[in-house]
Design a protein around this ligand. Structure first.
Ligand code: PAF
Length: 284
């Protein structure tokens, strides 16, 4: 596995891959790998000739009071895991490679997708994500790029950017990987102490309770959210940020859940802000 640090090195590598007519799969990450990341890499390996993974904790997508400075890092372990996963290139740029002196451009997807859910609570977050992801796409020029369904709004925002800007990359959604108790895998789970970690199972439990009610015929968006919120409120360590339902995939507000919908939530437990979601009404 090659570990490359500069845009020029990656572009040069990609040029040769393109000349050999090979397909490129790309997994953009912020590192501190868990099984969710490894599942993205596995999908890329299965589908593409060459797999590129980036590790970059992107300052532009963090708010002033967020965890940019404390975001967990372990490059040595990440490199070992990526190597074992059969990754061809690990791109680990420094800030000056991504945001050189004078950088002053933003890529912003419209408010219909970005001014709700996490977009309201983390102003500027999705602009940071789309700006860095478009830059990474322009550097890596992937045929396929892999994103986890845990960050469902991010996935939908990136799909919209790709469609609206006619980018030649196919976005491949990958199922959320979960711990045995249902907790969605996330690098931020590392912030949880043992009690908080136990408490964090409440996120998926709440989603499943609402999903069961939906399966049994409940169609009121408000009631479904209440069912999930009531379950969250049973856990004293959980501070609910939001529980919301929107149509899927266009994220329109809903009173009645008639077609496909996404029930999503964000909860703070200790120092961690955790998100999760379930999709209702889509055959998987
Ligand atoms: O999901 C993430 O880890 C990040 O938002 C991403 C897509 C790597 C962009 O920084």
């Amino acid at each position: 596995m090659l570990i490359l640090k500069t845009v020029a090195e990656v572009k040069n590598f990609i040029k040769n891959v393109k000349e050999a007519d090979k397909t490129i799969g790309f997994v953009p990450t912020m590192g501190y790998f868990h099984k969710g990341h490894l599942a993205l890499m596995k999908c890329s390996k299965e589908q593409c000739d060459v797999t590129v993974v980036s590790i970059y904790v992107n300052p532009m997508q963090f708010g002033a009071n967020e965890d940019f400075k404390s975001y967990p890092k372990d490059l040595e372990r990440d490199a070992e895991l990526a190597e074992q996963a059969g990754v061809d290139v690990l791109f680990v740029p420094e800030d000056k490679e991504i945001y050189p002196e004078g950088f002053n451009t933003k890529v912003e997807v419209g408010e219909d997708l970005t001014k709700k859910l996490c977009g309201i609570r983390r102003p500027g977050h999705f602009t940071g994500v789309t700006t860095v992801v478009l830059k990474l796409f322009n550097i890596v020029k992937p045929d396929y790029a892999y994103f986890g369904e845990k960050d469902i709004q991010q996935l939908l925002v990136i799909k919209r950017m790709v469609r609206d800007l006619n980018l030649d990359v196919e976005i491949v959604p990958v199922k959320t990987m979960r711990e045995a108790d249902g907790l969605a895998m996330s690098s931020r789970n590392a912030y949880l102490n043992p009690d908080e970690r136990k408490a964090a199972a409440v996120l998926y439990r709440s989603l499943l309770k609402a999903k069961k009610a939906w399966e049994e015929g409940e169609r009121s968006a408000e009631k479904l959210c209440d069912i999930a919120r009531d379950e969250l409120l049973c856990e004293p360590l959980a501070k609910v940020e939001y529980v919301e339902i929107y149509s899927y995939p266009d994220l329109k507000p809903l009173d009645e859940v008639k077609g496909a919908a996404v029930l999503a939530l964000a909860v703070r437990i200790g120092k961690a802000r955790l998100i999760d979601n379930v999709i209702l009404g889509v055959e998987k």
